[in-house]
Design a protein around this ligand. Sequence first.
Ligand SMILES: NC(=O)C1=CN([C@@H]2O[C@H](COP(=O)(O)OP(=O)(O)OC[C@H]3O[C@@H](n4cnc5c(N)ncnc54)[C@H](O)[C@@H]3O)[C@@H](O)[C@H]2O)C=CC1
Ligand SMILES: O=C([O-])CC(=O)C(=O)O
Length: 330
Amino acid sequence: MAKDPVRVLVTGAAGQIGYALVPMIARGVMLGADQPVILHMLDIPPAAEALNGVKMELIDAAFPLLKGIVATTDVAEACKDVNIAVMVGGFPRKEGMERKDVMSKNVSIYKGQASALEQYAAKNVKVLVVANPANTNALILKEFAPSIPEKNITCLTRLDHNRALGQIAERLNIPVSSVKNVIIWGNHSSTQYPDVYHAVIDGDKPVRAAIADDAWLDGEFIKTVQQRGAAIIKARKLSSALSAASSACDHIRDWVLGTPEGTWVSMGVYSDGSYGVPAGLIYSFPVTCSDGVWSIVQGLAVNEFSRKKLDDTAEELAAEKQLAYLCINE
Ligand SMILES: NC(=O)C1=CN([C@@H]2O[C@H](COP(=O)(O)OP(=O)(O)OC[C@H]3O[C@@H](n4cnc5c(N)ncnc54)[C@H](O)[C@@H]3O)[C@@H](O)[C@H]2O)C=CC1
Ligand SMILES: O=C([O-])CC(=O)C(=O)O
């Protein structure tokens, strides 16, 4: 029997990431090749014409799984009954801008959209925040949508996770599918910590032994992953739309359909104090997912080198949280 369609909201749908993301969703990349979808697309009035253009193209592409399109500048209409919300809308970082510069513009958007999701979305809505500062926007959304369970509000660090897999694969000249269990800890920012202490290739061979170059792993590798977003912006003069869209699909797919046995992924989730990370931050942890629920992988060893990096990125998030509240109360 055919499945009922799932309603998926994409905010900022007329933007760069939105344009890459909506065809992936309509093709089944996010929820599976047998899962019909109804796409809800939100953007702001100045982008209404471009949004309508995206809608026209979706119609023209004749995606068999696409059972309906809601394209609107009205946030209540956009959020109505959605099961999944991918929050991409916001002001992007431009070349030379720090993430803090976009903070004040974006936290007030997320406060408003939290209320709309709370009021109009399906009760079990799963939320993925992509727009920067992604962790802090997700935290604001959580705070201002108190009836949405905190387990249902996440942010995207899967792009950083995939970037780390990609760098290891390039270095070893092996397919990226042979590498697994890297970890992104902390903030989706240049303080994030891409950790390969538990990563393996070909099922069980430690990455550190395979690469046998600690100086590269502790230096250039970490820096490359941390700075990859800025490098793409410099090269494209636009943000990493293709890879962000693909990683957003990976995030939701694994959350809804489950992570493969023996594999974890990185997700920005509400900290419960695991690994000594202060509770009350949205922080990227290694997680496994089953039956639509994520769980933080427990019991991984954290050495002194890693400890400092976990703490530094937590400190940045605590400072962002403070700044966000200042912006909201201004
Ligand atoms: N977490 C991650 O891994 C990544 C996050 N990003 C972030 O994703 C966001 C989107 O990036 P792009 O698509 O490149 O930017 P973009 O500027 O091309 O698109 C953003 C869209 O959001 C719309 N928008 C602005 N305010 C809105 C509102 N209140 N409601 C709905 N829509 C609104 C704009 O009109 C625009 O169409 C940025 O914040 C960027 O920094 C980008 C790459 C990776
Ligand atoms: O760095 C940025 O502003 C864009 C981004 O989040 C990324 O590509 O990771």
